[in-house]
Design a protein around this ligand. Structure first.
Ligand code: PSU
Ligand code: MN
Length: 328
């Protein structure tokens, strides 16, 4: 009988694509990502909507570069995902990253439902969590770092505005490292929805689900993890059992960077009211709320946002390294 490490090597090989495979699948991998995947080294996928629609230029570019640097310093290769001129790219060059950051909201916010359209139009698309998970899974990258994921919007029980990030987590075996869900959303309903989708929701060094700008949401999580190795084991078992669903690993914002909860809450309330008054709905709502909350908090929310993304990159890179060691 083959040993379990031989089995995991086999399944690794199966997951890895060479450049010819990737072109035949209609995606382009950067040379660095191709090399890392073929050697079984740690790779961390990164989304691009956070760059194009989540932060203003030039802070977005600066942050994207710093996040990639943190991933590298911690032993993994960053693979930022975006669609450029209709080609899904996994791993961007500095020029490509700059192009995307400058395009900002002129690029199309691309969730799973938008992928075929953006590619068919040979357009530029910034991938959300759902689309990034799709591409990461396609090429065998099991770890993906972001700031916050989408969720069930407030009043979602009436509008049915539920981010496709949640259904993607139910159908794609990628671990998403995030700081939880912003309280612009309905956090308890988001967790209920993830349970229905069969998603393993874990919290890092805590029993509580974090609320992005603050460490606590008042909601407990079913699974606590205390180290990168704990997370790596969870991801490895999820893959070996072929559960097929994703894992949400929520990492609370570091204490020193939390924005005052009451300041954020009042900014969120004003921004939500404005969105309703201006009838801003659908995929425009999240970028609108992010920008308004930042204006209303005098830039404090952006500073917190950047700090937590960097912290997630650090944790995510360590998880990815622990996972590649486990699968050696
Ligand atoms: N939440 C954030 N920052 C972001 C997003 C969400 O704090 O940049 C982006 C992510 O790309 C996420 C997307 O996948 O918004 C969700 O959008 P929607 O709510 O339209 O599904
Ligand atoms: Mn939506």
């Amino acid at each position: 009988m083959a040993s379990s490490s031989a089995l995991s090597r086999l399944s690794n090989l199966h997951n890895h694509l060479n450049p010819t495979d990737s072109l035949s699948k209609g995606v382009k991998l950067s040379p660095e990502v191709t090399e890392a995947l073929s050697r079984g080294h740690a790779v961390v996928a990164l989304e691009s909507t956070i760059i194009s629609h989540g932060m203003p230029f030039p802070k977005n570019l600066e942050t994207a570069k710093e996040v990639e640097a943190i991933v590298r310093e911690n032993g993994a290769v960053p693979a930022t995902v975006a669609i450029l001129d209709g080609i899904p790219c996994i791993g961007l060059s500095t020029e490509e990253l700059e192009r995307l950051a400058k395009l900002g909201s002129k690029s199309q916010k691309t969730a799973r439902r938008d992928i075929a359209h953006v590619v068919a139009m040979r357009a530029n698309g910034a991938t959300t969590v759902s689309a990034t998970m799709f591409f990461a899974s396609m090429v065998g990258i099991p770890v993906f770092v972001t700031g916050g994921i989408g969720g069930v919007h407030r009043h979602g029980e009436h509008t049915m505005d539920i981010s496709s990030d949640l259904t993607e987590l139910g159908r794609t075996p990628v671990a998403v490292i995030s700081a939880g869900v912003k309280s612009i959303l309905d956090i308890p309903r988001t967790l209920e929805y993830l349970e229905t989708q069969g998603v393993c929701v874990a919290a890092y060094k805590t029993h509580e689900f974090p609320a992005f700008f603050t460490e606590s949401s008042g909601c407990k999580v079913p699974c606590r993890v205390d180290s990168p190795e704990d997370c790596a084991r969870l991801i490895d078992i999820n893959m070996k059992l072929k559960l097929g669903s994703g894992i949400l690993i929520s990492v609370p914002i570091p204490k020193e960077h939390t924005t005052s909860g009451s300041l954020i809450e009042s900014a969120i309330q004003s921004a939500l009211k404005e969105a309703r008054d201006k009838n801003i709905v659908g995929n425009a709502e999240t970028p609108f709320l992010l920008a308004r909350v930042n204006e209303l908090t005098g830039g404090m929310s952006l500073a917190s946002n950047i700090a937590l993304v960097k912290n997630n990159a650090l944790v995510g890179a360590r998880i990815s390294v622990a996972l590649s060691q486990l699968r050696q």
